[in-house]
Design a protein around this ligand. Structure first.
Ligand code: AMP
Length: 245
């Protein structure tokens, strides 16, 4: 299974990616984590990325594309992966399309975590204040000031990917403001319904609670009613009415 998680910083992509890798036996490919590791190791890429990341700006496309191209060829990524924080620009998405096509691979889905940026910012401000009060270290790019810059980078450079993938088909959205478990359940439903149709089957879209759309097989058999449900209201039997006094 190959997935992309899309959403602004703080939307919960990392948390959901962690759950997906356990459930599906795939790996999480977070360009943010890889860049932070490069910064910590003091590699050439790390030296180039450090100040850009501290400002909350995006590292040049060619740098992250090279990192991902190398990473998806590693043996542990053969069973599948969830991309967290990549792609972040249209050129990155186009490069990913080429990387996958060259390898004869396809995406199984792009999941957008929809969030309210105002609430997100207040959550981060609160979390940072609590961490500082406890004397803990805060990530250099996790302060409210830098986060504002990261959010505006998301709006300008990454949000266009929603249309990019919506036009190509694999985009599905979930309410990222719901609880962590509810978001996980909504993603599970999307992935279950995305995989249910057999090749060549016709699809129609229906509304699903907690998701903006999902696909089901047209003409798929209805779920059987339980024996209790049948006893309660047999075919041809009218429902009992309770008279109002
Ligand atoms: P993240 O942990 O995904 O929020 O990423 C932290 C920082 O790493 C971002 O603010 C960017 O500076 C950089 N970064 C991570 N992924 C990318 C990417 N795909 N393209 C450009 N910069 C990235």
């Amino acid at each position: 299974m190959r997935l992309i998680l899309l959403g602004p910083p703080g939307a919960g992509k990392g948390t959901q990616a962690q759950r997906l890798i356990v459930k599906h036996g795939i790996v999480q490919l977070s360009t943010g984590d890889m860049l932070r590791a490069a910064v910590a190791a003091g590699t050439a890429v790390g030296l180039r990325a450090k100040t850009i990341m501290e400002r909350g700006e995006l590292v040049p496309d060619e740098v992250v594309i090279a990192i991902i191209a190398d990473r998806i060829d590693q043996p542990d990524a053969k069973r599948g992966f969830v991309l967290d924080g990549f792609p972040r620009t249209v050129p990155q998405a186009q490069a990913l399309d080429r990387l996958l096509a060259d390898r004869g691979l396809k995406l199984d889905g792009v999941i957008e975590l929809k969030v309210d940026e105002g609430i997100l910012l207040r959550r981060i401000e609160k979390r940072v204040a609590e961490m500082l009060a406890r004397g803990e270290k805060v990530r250099a790019d996790d302060t409210p000031e830098v986060l504002k810059g990261r959010l505006s980078a998301y709006r300008a450079q990454t949000a266009p990917l929603v249309d990019y993938y919506a036009n190509r088909g694999p985009l599905r959205s979930v309410d990222g403001m719901a609880s962590i478990d509810e978001v996980t359940a909504a993603i599970d439903r999307l992935l279950g319904s995305a995989r249910a149709p057999k090749a060549g089957s016709r699809r129609r879209k229906v509304k699903a609670a907690g998701t903006t759309k999902r696909t089901v097989r047209k003409g798929a058999p209805r779920r059987k009613r339980s024996a209790a449900a049948k006893r309660k209201n047999k075919p041809g039997q009218r429902k009992k009415r309770t008279r109002r006094s």
